[in-house]
Write a protein that binds this ligand. Structure first.
Ligand SMILES: [Zn+2]
Length: 172
């Protein structure tokens, strides 16, 4: 684990994955994570089922070829000599999906009680999803909000949003 820390990462704020994040590098402010095979399968599935969704714009089409993840840039197939990227497991059996290519960000408890200093970051235990009506446009679709919370903050957030959906995160 030298050079890696366990943290949750996301691209769109909704799908959150347990990962190991490189401590020695980052990419344009984005985290550089790697994933276990089990989590990598979830990433592939999430990207495949939601790649039409806005936040995954910079994500790509992923598929498995035995132990290797094939990463295609949509629309590039016609270009001459185009070879899709092959993401092979590293020597620890981890997959660095979107390494220095996707805008992964680390996920911490988003409650205001944390001051935002690095030593006050709390790992979340769940994602809360609730809809909020747009008060300025009553006939507009309510907007969905996703927020991550640590255990103590989750209780308060659930009280504030009783109809919210709770997605428990797998352990880090
Ligand atoms: Zn918290």
């Amino acid at each position: 684990m030298n050079g890696w820390v366990k943290a949750y990462v996301t691209i769109d704020g909704h799908d959150v994955f347990p990962a190991e994040v490189a401590t020695w590098t980052s990419w344009n402010g984005a985290a550089c994570p790697r994933f276990t095979r089990q989590v990598a399968e979830r990433v592939v599935e999430a990207v495949s089922t939601t790649n039409q969704r806005g936040p995954y714009e910079d994500a790509r089409e992923l598929s498995w070829q035995e132990d290797v993840i094939i990463c295609r840039v949509p629309g590039s197939e016609d270009q001459e000599g185009y070879e899709p990227e092959r993401i092979e497991p590293d020597h620890d059996g981890r997959y660095a999906i979107g390494w220095k290519a996707w805008t992964w960000s680390e996920v911490w408890c988003q409650d205001d009680t944390h001051c935002g200093e690095p030593d006050d970051l709390a790992a979340p235990v769940a994602i809360l999803t609730w809809s909020e009506p747009d008060r300025t446009r009553p006939d507009a679709q309510p907007t969905l909000t996703d927020a991550a919370f640590c255990a103590p903050c989750l209780e308060r957030a659930r009280a504030a949003h009783p109809k919210a959906t709770v997605t428990t995160l797998p352990p880090l």
